[in-house]
Design a protein around this ligand. Sequence first.
Ligand SMILES: [Ca+2]
Ligand SMILES: [Ca+2]
Length: 454
Amino acid sequence: MKFLIFILSFLITHAALASVNIHPVLMQQFQNESLQNKYLAVILVVKNKVQIPQRMYLPSERPFVEAKLMQNAELSQQKVLSVINSAIQTDSKVQYKSLWLSNTCALYASIKDIKKIIDATKSELAAVYPNERAHVFPVVISREPMAEPFTYGLNKLRMPEVWRKNKNLVGTNIKVGILDTGIDAEHPDLTGKTIAFKDFVNAKPAPYDDHSHGTHVAGTISGGAKSGTAIGVAPGAKLIVGKVFSAQGSGSTAKILEAMQWISDPDSNPQTNDAPALVSNSWGGGNPSAGMDPSENPYCRAVDGWVKLGILPVFAAGNSGSGAKTVNLPGGCPAALTVGATDSNDQIASFSSRGPAVWKTGSMIKPTVSAPGVAVLSSVPGGKYKSYSGTSMATPHTAGLATLVYQTNPNINVEAVTKLLTTGAVDLGAQGNDNDYGFGRIDALNTLKVIFGN
Ligand SMILES: [Ca+2]
Ligand SMILES: [Ca+2]
């Protein structure tokens, strides 16, 4: 009898596998007879049913695109949600969260029920992913640098010259999203800048940061100079902060996808265009794989959704260098603007994750650009300052420069902003775009010369 059950469950798994791309980590658990009553969260990646034309949309087109993305999720998840709702009738412990940005559904159920649901909806599903943990990229604390008027990162970007030419180019009122460990919104260098906050970890209403990574990142984007040292590239920017990583710096795929969707429309009303111009992401988990199609990867789907909504996705490459193909996800997603870390001598940091990103659909150069990320001084909770190293620190420099670009033209598409950053970058390492530095280390003065022509 037991043998028969095994054969049956094996057949169900394999029938589903024939059309649905089930992640190998899940496949192992699905085939383990002793785990069938175990409860698990998985990410169902649903096949798209509404085609959204492939082109670069402007931020002003956001309400139209968001309505299309919602319509797509509603139509393509209809059958999946009805099957899940039937499963809830027989097991009240089953839970789900349907998401429109990535057209995915996070499902929590017993493995035997998950397999039944996959089997009953296999014509609707593209892939099934495990609900894994992703992390803010760890940082190394460095020695405190000497007090200078500008951090070395701001000097590398030539911010003093930028501000001598135009002191108002500080990202005034441009909304920047940050998904991280939270923010000390009352830090002297950040006070008054956080305009929206949502806590996906502890559901607290007011901004806080029980780690420090998020406050450090926020300082490099929009910190002022209250300590006597200017730390932020765009001190006039307004911040929309999602706390999705815990005090230990980790978060689940399901929660991250939910937070990526929230930050695309913080007031949950498609008619009000309240999204940030860009989102700074100093986190990741896992790597691209030659066996995976990025259009079926939950993170890459959310990144593609941002691009369609005209939101620039800025991602850290990861700290798993210096080997080739070490770029993390979502930084390894084709549409991400991915950032590697350089030091004060413009050398790529040994820890900085490298390209290429190798997918089933092809291989691409990563990172896109690099930026200062070794011994970067910025804000930490409690009104303090510390120097951290990581691609986590390079990413907010790049987000800060993109914020200045948006100030010069708030209604610009993602491709055009990226082009301005890569054109202005200082080519380093192997000639041209390469898998260590991308197009090179970003330079604000160069990028703004491309815009203003002087
Ligand atoms: Ca809205
Ligand atoms: Ca190069």
